[in-house]
Design a protein around this ligand. Structure first.
Ligand code: CP
Ligand code: NVA
Length: 305
């Protein structure tokens, strides 16, 4: 049994398989062709934070694979009334085949997984968002081919997305240039320990323009992630110079792509002419969540087909 709690839980060869598989699954979806290897299987989705894309992509994806879903939130389950996470894991995993969790600390999903009889998927924690990075890399491959040796510029918060980009760069052999305001740096200990990360795969810049120079992909995220709302005002001031602009896109490669995991705030972390401009692939990126996660769910339950 295999869990998917962070990007490093799969190998480069497993990702290569999953990207091929996602491409096939997407083609079938576009052709209205049935693909139902998970008939009679059930996915439980546990949300302790809000979601649009993660909920819709997992729920629609599981139904399309022939299965069904159970949707739980903190507010309408015993999770919100302090039932221990270990007990919840034991109970839920006796009744379903797969569990997706969106929660706060990574340790929470790890405790759940340690007591689960079925595979557990990380649908976002404070530390990581592996399904999103899988979709982002799949989207890059669709538009530009292999990401190996390419450069991704991360502009903004050193958050769950940034941590996961670092893990992916190390594993799939590309480079991430990171620029964050001071005090909001990526925590390398969380992202890439043990073993650290070399300068071939990661470089940090105080100037966001410098991070974007020559990049194949420029990407950002909200200034305030879920759970940090109390810092909203302070962050708005600290991040003012980290808005992805047309000028930043200009110093990147001519054919550089722009990505954002969404939801986006135009005029904060990105200018409208960038996210709504010709280099932006954010809608493909959002749609691809569903295709890669269908490949992932199939793989965790049935292995290579
Ligand atoms: N990108 C993403 O995970 O979106 P949601 O918060 O809407 O699920
Ligand atoms: N970093 C953001 C991503 C939202 C999909 C958050 O954690 O809120």
């Amino acid at each position: 049994m295999k869990h998917y709690l962070q990007f490093t839980d799969l190998t480069a060869s497993q990702y290569a398989y999953l990207f091929d598989r996602a491409s096939l699954i997407k083609k079938k979806f576009k052709a209205y062709e049935k693909h139902q290897p998970l008939t009679d299987r059930t996915l439980a989705m546990i949300f302790e934070k809000a979601s649009t894309r993660t909920r819709v992509s997992f729920e629609a994806g599981m139904y399309q694979l022939g299965g069904s879903v159970v949707h739980l939130t903190t507010g309408d389950s015993q999770l919100g009334r302090a039932e221990p996470i270990e007990d919840s894991a034991r109970v839920i995993s006796r009744m379903v085949d797969l569990v997706m969790i969106r929660t706060f600390e990574q340790t929470k999903i790890e405790r759940f997984a340690a007591h689960s009889r079925v595979p557990v998927i990380n649908g976002l924690t404070n530390e990581f968002h592996p399904c999103q990075i899988m979709a982002d890399i799949f989207t890059f491959i669709e538009h530009r081919g292999s990401i190996k040796g390419k450069t991704v510029a991360w502009v903004g918060d050193g958050n769950n997305m940034a941590n996961t980009w670092l893990q992916a760069a190390k594993l799939l052999d590309f480079k991430v240039n990171v620029s964050t305001p001071s005090g909001y740096e990526v925590n390398e200990k969380i992202a890439v320990s043990p073993g650290g990360i070399s300068t071939e795969h990661y470089q940090s810049y105080s100037d966001p323009m410098a991070a974007c120079e020559g990049a194949d992909l420029v990407t950002t995220d909200v200034w305030t992630s879920m759970g940090y709302e109390a810092e909203n005002e302070v962050r708005r001031q600290a991040f003012a110079a980290w808005r992805v602009s047309a000028e930043m896109m200009k110093v990147a490669k001519r054919d550089a792509l722009f990505m954002h995991c969404l939801p986006a705030h135009r005029g904060e972390e990105v200018d409208a002419d960038v996210i709504d401009g010709p280099q932006s692939v954010v809608w493909d990126e959002a749609e691809n969540r569903m295709h890669v996660q269908k490949a992932l769910m199939e793989y965790l339950l049935l292995g290579r087909l």
